[in-house]
Design a binder for this molecule. Structure first.
Ligand SMILES: [Zn+2]
Length: 137
């Protein structure tokens, strides 16, 4: 088996693994499980993107060293990176939504505040003293 064939085989195995990870990430985001699990899915996709880019880099390096034309492999890795990045942005959006829904809302300006925040980051109204609306005497 030539080095070139080995490289192609490696790329194929890589593609299959990447599809698996997208599947896992997809099912996780659909289940809308806890933030921790969403974060794990995000970091998995991020890691996969880095791996793909490394793989793409070495493939391009080998291609130019050997002066061989195999733009198909390069294109397929590019497509996979695009798919992974799309998946990543979906996961991040889902995470942002979940985060926004869980936090308190400012009684004054209705801005979403981060969980545990004492004051609204938008208008500065106290968030924890909503109930104590006693008049000053
Ligand atoms: Zn506010």
């Amino acid at each position: 088996m030539s080095i070139w064939e080995k490289l192609k085989d490696g790329t194929k195995a890589f593609s299959e693994k990447s599809e698996e990870i997208i599947e896992v990430a997809r099912s996780k985001s659909e289940e809308l499980v806890g933030i921790t699990k969403q974060r794990m899915a995000v970091s998995k996709v991020q890691t996969e993107i880095i791996k793909k880019k490394t793989e793409l880099g070495s493939l391009v390096y080998d291609l130019s060293c050997k002066r061989r034309e195999d733009s198909e492999s390069v294109d397929s890795i590019c497509d996979e990176i695009k798919a992974l990045e799309l998946e990543l942005s979906k996961l991040e959006n889902a995470m942002m939504d979940a985060k926004n829904q869980s936090g308190p809302v400012c009684p004054n300006c209705s801005a979403k505040a981060s969980e545990g925040a004492k004051y609204c980051s938008n208008c500065g109204s106290p968030l924890s003293e909503i109930k104590q609306d006693k008049p000053e005497e």
